[in-house]
Ligand binder design. Sequence first.
Ligand code: C2E
Ligand code: MG
Ligand code: MG
Ligand code: MG
Length: 279
Amino acid sequence: KAKQSGRNQACVYEPGMQTEIATQVMLETELREAIALQQFRLHYQVQVDHTGRPFGAEVLLRWHHPQRGLISPLQFIAVAESSGLIIDIGMWVLDQACAQIAVWQGALKTRELSLSVNISARQFSQTNFVSMIKSCIQRHQINPNALRLELTESVLLENVDDAVRIMAELSQLGIQFSLDDFGTGYSSLQYLKKLPLYQLKIDRSFVHDLVTDSHDRTIVRTIIAMAQSMYLSVIAEGVETQAQMELLLNNGCRRYQGFLFGQPMPIEQFNDCLQQVLV
Ligand code: C2E
Ligand code: MG
Ligand code: MG
Ligand code: MG
């Protein structure tokens, strides 16, 4: 405990870069322990169609820190990336996700559900990424159609040709790719059309002010039109109000994720909700 507050004080009083590095090193050490101590949890957030029916979920990583409580991935993914720890963490996430898909596929009500998993740049560029995914699917004996991998534009831009090759190989198995946070990156149509994508995911920053900001409305309409012209599915993230959903629906977006439909939650709770909704 004394050690803990000592560390915190160092963070508060030392100005400049040294503090940042110290914080980074501390976080890295704790992250390393977190894997061994099994402090990671997954939350599931529902994805619904325009009738409100769930068709899948996104898994979102959480860190149950013994002192600091539940920590958002926004606070540790970057360090996990730079330290390389994301490789082990990401493998754990995928293993858990595939295990959950296996459970869903074993029951009539839930067998059509898909599960989206976020993939970081470091993970995607691992030379054994494809074989890691393949062995995960085999280990859990799942139909790969249910597995959706979320990549961001920056990840794919790093090396488009490699990305195309990896995606093509996994697409052949039936795995689908979703382009996360779409609209915030720099993708040109030129390279977008090369990628074997299944879906564009409209970033929540465009959804947030959709009702009041005509600029955002134009952007969202353009993304939807782009998706349609490339025969891609489109989903909006961060949908919080009925008005936002209606605007999206009126513009041709029929899939949604956001607090309006459900918060990210532990699997037990998520499955309980599903049982009530699915017939
Ligand atoms: P993301 O993939 O874009 O995930 C969506 C984020 O939006 C999640 O934040 C989710 O909790 C939040 N969200 C969902 N609905 C709403 C809403 O209606 N309003 C608002 N304001 N927010 C909403 P979260 O869980 O904090 O995750 C943040 C980011 O961390 C994710 O963004 C993703 O990039 C990354 N991440 C999460 N889990 C993993 C993981 O397992 N691996 C990797 N590599 N990255 C992950
Ligand atoms: Mg995502
Ligand atoms: Mg997203
Ligand atoms: Mg996002």
